[in-house]
Design a protein around this ligand. Structure first.
Ligand SMILES: CC(=O)N[C@H](C=O)[C@@H](O)[C@H](O)[C@H](O)COP(=O)(O)O
Ligand SMILES: C=C(OP(=O)(O)O)C(=O)O
Length: 372
């Protein structure tokens, strides 16, 4: 199945399943290859990684901060991420391996340099993860590259989602999909807010809607399909008990197989199935009922704040700037910053504002950094 057929609506009632290997390969190429093989056997259409250029994604101080976690692979966050990051050559090797296995290969582009690299690799689509859903310069650049996009929406408000749609429209971008996502690991059923899928479908009828889930188990993701998701992404692991932030909310091979087999048995139509029918069809209990509860609007959920604080992007100085300087786009960069600064979506609002004090390269810009 081709992602372009799903995104264009040519194939309307089928589901494209992405195994998000992410960083669950533990920094080991052989493990990554084994995971690619297992994901294919489990019936997935695509294996996905996360590509970062560390100094483009994070500020120096974010990389230098101590990473005190049972899931840390290094003393600092930078060392931890370095350990888990595959090189460009390793990416090429994994791509070639996926081709042999006959499964699509791609990654999320976590910064502009990674975006360029993925274009060079000619991946079938590029994923924009939730951490960049409010990174409008990245979205705008991605929209102009001629590659299909799959854009996640965790840790964002409905206003930001509307702005994503506007950015795509202004770029004349049509070949993209929007993923409902809650960035909490694992996501409790009551926070899954699956009703946002039909809400997205009503609000954005010309765009294919998908689901990137971080809950435990497979039933909630199957319900997402019955509600209208036509792309499903789940983290994948060979063993949930391993060290690493994402293993716990990942699916092991037999669960991934159960997910794809269940989905393949659905008779799908364009109309969302009602919550009662879904509960019956999936033999759902309280957890599924919680995931299907009504949702009034999309907001940033309290359970998403730890992820937003850790991986949400801020506006930082692209170079050293002096007090009195009038900010231009070229002065600004969007990175994960420690401490954080103004959130990424305020980027354009800063242009033309005067700096209240000196600010060093990679330092966050706060409300108090500018004269209003
Ligand atoms: C928002 C986002 O990027 N989330 C990703 C996708 O879901 C995650 O895989 C993170 O990369 C991961 O949880 C980070 O874990 P640590 O901080 O231990 O490397
Ligand atoms: C962060 C990512 O995804 P999501 O926001 O969908 O969990 C990603 O794909 O890198």
């Amino acid at each position: 199945m081709l992602i372009t057929d799903i995104i264009s609506g040519k194939v309307a009632n089928a589901v494209y399943v992405i195994a998000e290997i992410g960083q669950n390969h533990q920094g080991c190429l052989d493990t990554a290859k084994k995971m690619i093989c297992e994901a294919k056997k489990a019936g997935c259409h695509c294996v996905k990684f996360q590509k970062s250029d560390l100094t483009a994604k994070f500020t120096r101080s974010a990389l230098d901060r101590e990473y005190l976690s049972d899931h840390a692979w290094g003393r600092t966050y930078g060392e931890h991420k370095e350990y888990l990051e595959f090189s460009k050559d390793q990416y090429r090797e994994l791509q070639a391996y996926s081709r042999q296995v006959n499964v699509d290969f791609t990654a999320s582009a976590m910064d502009e340099r990674s975006l360029d690299f993925l274009v060079e690799l000619k991946v079938p689509f590029i994923k924009i993860g939730s951490g960049d859903a409010n990174n409008f310069p990245l979205l705008k650049k991605a929209a102009g590259l001629g590659v299909p996009l799959v854009i996640s929406t965790g840790m964002q408000t409905m206003e930001t989602v509307e702005r994503i749609m506007q950015t795509m429209a202004e770029s004349g971008k049509q070949d993209y999909a929007l993923m409902h996502c809650v960035s909490s690991y694992p996501t409790a059923p009551k926070d899954c807010n699956l009703q946002l899928i039909p809400m997205f479908k009503r609000r954005f009828p010309n765009v294919v809607i998908g689901y990137s889930g971080h809950e435990l188990g497979v039933v909630i993701s199957q319900a997402a399909v019955l509600l209208g998701a036509r792309i499903v992404e789940r983290h994948f692991t060979l063993d949930k008990s391993q060290k690493g932030s994402d293993h716990r909310c990942s699916l092991e091979p037999q669960e991934l197989k159960a997910l794809t087999t269940g989905i393949n048995h659905f008779e799908l139509s364009a109309v969302s199935v009602s919550p009662n029918e879904i509960l019956q069809k999936l033999n759902g209990g309280q957890e599924l009922e919680d995931a299907l509860q009504e949702v009034e609007h999309k907001t940033i959920l309290p359970c998403e704040l730890p992820c937003r604080n850790k991986l949400g992007k801020s506006i930082v100085a692209a170079r050293s700037l002096e007090k009195g300087h009038i900010l231009q786009l070229i002065d600004l960069a969007i990175k994960v910053s420690e401490p954080s600064g103004l959130t990424a979506e305020a980027y354009l609002d800063l242009v033309g504002k005067e700096l209240a004090g000196n600010i060093g390269e990679d330092e966050p810009i706060h409300g108090s950094s500018i004269i209003t």
